[in-house]
Design a protein around this ligand. Structure first.
Ligand SMILES: Nc1ncnc2c1ncn2[C@@H]1O[C@H](COP(=O)(O)OP(=O)(O)OP(=O)(O)O)[C@@H](O)[C@H]1O
Ligand SMILES: [Mg+2]
Length: 330
């Protein structure tokens, strides 16, 4: 298999008047033709910076990046291969959805007729046909995201780069977009997808690279990463805080190390190798000791928990705090 995207030891600093930030710090990633790589990391990890380097929008300080075998400094060769849906919608508010897509088509030098045809097909495919002739200003957040994605598709790119495609969307719209993205990747497009959600990488990506403060700290399939964490996560919370120590003891004994305790919610959790066994054992033992539970279950690990396991520290999320609602970092 040939690598469609390949970076070797890419480094990028940003210098502001009082500090130097090493946004990307020696990153090696490789995405094979037809593969979907999920780049998973918290706010400020360096995802967008790396994406911009690969998309020829930013030059690396050192290291190399290739797309389709061309060095990204060869902008004329690389640009036509790439479709980019950025983190912040690039569509124009004062145009209609259709006009936006037609303009993108013309940027790809498609000729008027062909651009109109592709715009029509893309709108259809994204379920935006009914809203095609409305100003984008009147679109909902989810519709804008879809249109933005559409703009990255009009040129029928070989490589699609999606920077946090569903951040800020409500759960239903996110699921719809996932369905759409799954269809798209089934068509064989090579995709680099950044996300803050382990679940999203899990749903869409063949392989995941975890990035933290500019460095890749882990690579593998979702299952491999979860295995490194020790599997799914068992959690239990007592109704009465006076029983928290008992819950910590019982839940802790079912996992490999010290359990995590969220002091805010009173939830105790630990990775467990076998979800059913762990859940049954916890239920039995907690009941035997007369502990009244507010909550008990097993869940997929959150990004925070993966980070805790991989780095020993919580994912730092300065902008939005506890994005996945796990509360582990607090
Ligand atoms: N133009 C810039 N000037 C100065 N610092 C920058 C610039 N762009 C990014 N940074 C810094 O580089 C680091 C990486 O930023 P980047 O935007 O790549 O992160 P990210 O993983 O995309 O985060 P998010 O999930 O919030 O989008 C951060 O510390 C950020 O503040
Ligand atoms: Mg970003």
């Amino acid at each position: 298999m040939t690598a469609m995207i390949e970076t070797a030891n890419v480094v990028k600093h940003f210098t502001t008047k009082d500090s130097v930030v090493k946004a990307v710090d020696g990153v090696d990633i490789s995405v094979a033709e037809g593969e979907v790589l999920g780049l998973l990391g918290p706010n400020g990890a360096g995802k967008t910076t790396l994406v911009k380097i690969i998309a020829t929008l930013l030059r690396p300080d050192s290291g190399t990046a290739h797309v389709g075998g061309f060095d990204v400094s060869n902008v004329a060769k690389v640009r036509p291969l790439i479709g980019l849906a950025g983190q912040f919608a690039a569509v124009d508010d004062v145009l209609t959805g259709r006009e936006n897509l037609e303009i993108v088509g013309q940027l790809y030098q498609l000729g008027r007729k062909e651009a109109a045809k592709r715009a029509e097909e893309t709108l259809e495919r994204l379920s935006l046909a009914d809203a095609a002739d409305r100003l984008v200003r009147t679109y909902s957040g989810g519709m804008r995201r879809r249109l933005d994605l559409g703009a990255s598709l009009v040129g029928q790119p070989t490589v699609l780069i999606l920077d946090e495609p569903t951040t800020g969307l409500d759960p239903r719209t996110r699921l719809e977009l996932w369905d759409f993205l799954r269809e798209l990747v089934a068509g064989g497009t090579t995709v680099l997808l950044t996300t803050q959600y382990l679940e999203e990488a899990d749903e869409l990506a063949d392989r995941i690279a975890v990035i933290d403060t500019g460095k890749i700290i882990a690579k593998g399939t979702a299952d491999e990463l979860k295995e490194r964490l020790g599997g799914d996560v068992l959690f239990a919370a007592p109704v009465n805080r006076s029983q928290l120590d008992d819950v910590i003891r019982i839940v802790g004994a079912l996992g490999p190390g010290d359990p995590w305790v969220d002091q805010r919610t009173g939830e105790v959790s630990t990775p467990v190798p076998n979800r059913i066994e762990a859940l049954l054992a916890a239920g039995r033992q907690l009941e035997d000791e007369g502990i009244v539970l507010r909550d008990l279950g097993v869940k997929r690990p959150t990004l925070d928990e993966v980070f805790l396991a991989l780095t020993g520290h919580a994912a730092d999320q300065p902008d939005v705090g506890d994005v996945d609602g796990s509360g582990v970092s607090s």
